[in-house]
Each structure stands twice: as C-alpha cells, then as structure tokens.
Design a protein around this ligand. Structure first.
Ligand SMILES: Cc1ncc(COP(=O)(O)O)c(C=O)c1O
Length: 365
C-alpha cells in the first residue's frame, strides 16, 4: 500500500518553489565551462560576501565542532545596537524564507486567509498552501502593489497580509505615504508582514516601517543578510517585531536553525556598512547601464530600485533559453503570469555588459 495517501493533503497540493538555476547544473547540461557562465538569476551579490564576514568566518573554522548558540546571543546584541530595538524584538531564521514559514506555522491554518498582491513573492502562496490557509490575491496597479486593493481584500478571517517591498519579482516599491495610509485603515487583529529583503540596497527611500514596530502595531519587518551583505549561501534572515509577536513565532523555531558560522558572519557583517554602500553604488550604476541599453533596444522595463530589473522581451522563456545557451542565466517570469518578461539581477559591470550583448543578439534574431 502506498504511504502517499497519508501525506498531509495541504502539503501534497504544494508546487515547490523553482529557484534560479545553479551555474554547475547549466554547465553540465549544455556542456559549457562553469567559469564562462554568469548567473544573474537569484539577485545574489556580484561583489561576493562582505569581506569582514569572510575574515570572521576564516577565524571561526576551528569552532565548528560545537553547536551554535540557540539564542544567537552575540548576533542579537549586535543587531539590537544596530537598530536601536531591545534584543527581544528580533527573531532569526535560516534565511528570511524560514521566517515566512514560522508565520505560517503560528498564524495560518485551514479556515483563515492571507492577503497578498497577485504578483508578490511566490513563497507566501506556497506557505499558505502548506498550512491550508486561503490565499487572497489583490490586483496590482500595473506592476506595483495597490495597497487600497489589498486593504479591501481583507476579510474577517484574514490573519496575515504580506507586503513585499520592493516587490520581487516586479521590482516596484510602495512609498511611505501609501504605507502609512494603509496602516491607518488595516484591522488591528491582522499581522502585516513587510518583507524587505532588499531594504539596505535600495537607492530610493524605503517607507519607515520600523516606526510601526515602535508604535507597538501588529507588524513584522523581515530583513535578510543574503542581499546587502552577500551571505545568501549562509542563510541568515531576521524579523523585527514587538516581543508578543516574536514569542508566537519562536514556538516553531528549532533551537539550532541558525548555524554557528552564520551567526559569526552576520555579526561581523553588520560592521561592514562600507560594503553595503559599495553594493548600492554598484547596483545603481548597473541599473543605469541596463536601462539605457534597454531603451536603445526599444525594450520596455520596470525601472529598478534594488539589484534586479524586469524586462519585457517578447517570449520570456525562449529568451531565457537562448541566453542560457550563451552562458547567461536569467529568470523567465512565466510562473508569475508574466510570460513576456525576464527578471535579471544586476551584476558587476563586465557581467552587465556581457548580458546586454547576449540580449541584443537574442532579441534581434
Ligand atoms: C522578497 C524576498 N523575500 C525573501 C527572500 C528570501 O531571502 P533569504 O535568502 O533571506 O531567505 C527573497 C529572496 O530572493 C526575496 O526576494
């Protein structure tokens, strides 16, 4: 008898997340040299990890036989100084993705719903599905969140609203005034999740969502060490909220979810603000180069605010395939119901130039 019939039916229905393709996999499949491939598919840091984090990691290798500190004491202390919130306002996850899962564990179950934009980061839908909660998708204004529509979509059984800002994959940002207006009207028994994985590297001003934490509102701000500090491979994310919310999210957390190396690297990375500034400059400069080239090619794009850009190329999947054959990995946007678009991470100057040259050949052929 098959055990499959006993699998949790909510889990069974989930379509797993499709991440950007790894360089090694594409090299094997197409018979290319991995060193000749560039990956602009997962919004990773083209500058590598924070140098201060790397130095701290090298020094820490000899401690790796020990379990991590389950309470992340030093990282908590350092991040608390960084943000000016008491240490009990933080929760750490194996990437901010794990925090989205904790939100599912603690707040989502059959009979309740969560609201999000139709083209918001897809993990929210996956997590809702996994916990059997209803997904309510609000229409967008073009490729930008429509916070009015999100508010209107909230029902009596809504427990969570996800606002991904800047939104992945569309790259658009909602601004402070709109967010503030939204927060004036949102019911107080709904947890508002501001997913701000790109906050530190945006070159437009982010809304001050931490002010809602200070005001004791029912919000959690999610941030990540993956983008700004180049530590995607280590998996460190965190949430900032009032202690009551943190307490509820701590329940499903396994004690050693954040590895010893991850804690050490993240603590050191917070001292590396010059790396964050350098990253932001790199993205801003790269964005200008790519936007100019897209305009020259008469391609429509969404002006970026962080380290990725959405470009309308015709048949997104075909362009993705053709670029891949030329050793450039980007992300087709079919899964987001944007089949004409690709999402491209902004890389180092030479990577951006190589991508643009390949794109030119592909779209003109
Ligand atoms: C909007 C958004 N949230 C969360 C994540 C996950 O980040 P992490 O690497 O911290 O899990 C990503 C990753 O691309 C993202 O784009």
């Amino acid at each position: 008898m098959s055990v499959l019939k006993h699998v949790n039916p909510h889990v069974m229905k989930v379509s797993p997340y499709q991440p950007g393709r790894p360089i090694e996999e594409v090299a094997r499949e197409l018979g290319l040299d991995p060193d000749d491939i560039i990956k602009l598919a997962s919004n990773e840091s083209p500058l590598g990890p924070s140098p201060k984090a790397m130095r701290a990691m090298k020094k820490a290798c000899s401690e790796m036989h020990l379990y991590p500190d389950g309470g992340a004491y030093y990282l908590r202390k350092r991040i608390s100084e960084h943000y000016g919130f008491p240490p009990d306002h933080f929760i750490f996850g194996c990437g901010s993705n794990e925090l989205i899962e904790f939100i599912g564990h603690s707040f989502l179950y059959p009979g309740v719903s969560a609201v999000m934009s139709e083209k918001a980061f897809v993990i929210y839908k996956i997590i809702c599905g996994m916990f059997g909660a209803e997904v309510i998708e609000a229409p967008m204004k073009g490729l930008t969140h429509n916070l009015r529509a999100i508010r209107k979509a909230i029902k009596d059984n809504t427990r969570v609203v996800f606002i991904c800002n800047p939104n992945n994959p569309t790259g658009t940002m909602v601004r402070d005034r709109e967010v503030r207006k939204f927060m004036e009207k949102v019911p107080d028994d709904v947890l508002v999740v501001f997913d701000e994985a790109y906050a530190e590297i945006t070159y437009k001003r982010m809304p001050d969502t931490l002010s809602f934490v200070r005001e004791n509102r029912n919000v959690i701000v999610l941030r990540s060490f993956s983008k700004a500090y180049g530590l995607a491979g280590l998996r460190v994310g965190y949430g900032i909220a009032k202690p009551e919310i943190i307490h509820a999210l701590e329940k499903p957390r396994q004690p050693f979810n954040l590895s010893r190396m991850a804690q050490i690297a993240a603590t050191a990375a917070l001292d590396d603000q010059s790396f964050v500034r350098r990253s932001r400059r790199t993205y801003k400069k790269g964005a200008h180069l790519i936007m100019k080239a897209c305009s020259d090619m008469k391609l429509v794009f969404e002006p970026p605010v962080a380290n990725f850009i959405l470009i309308k190329v015709g048949n997104g999947f075909e362009v993705f395939n053709e670029l891949q054959k030329k050793g450039v990995i980007v992300r087709p946007m079919g899964p987001y119901n944007l089949p004409e678009w690709i999402r491209v991470s902004i890389g180092k100057e030479n990577e951006n130039i190589r991508f643009l040259s390949a794109l030119k050949t592909v779209v003109s052929s």
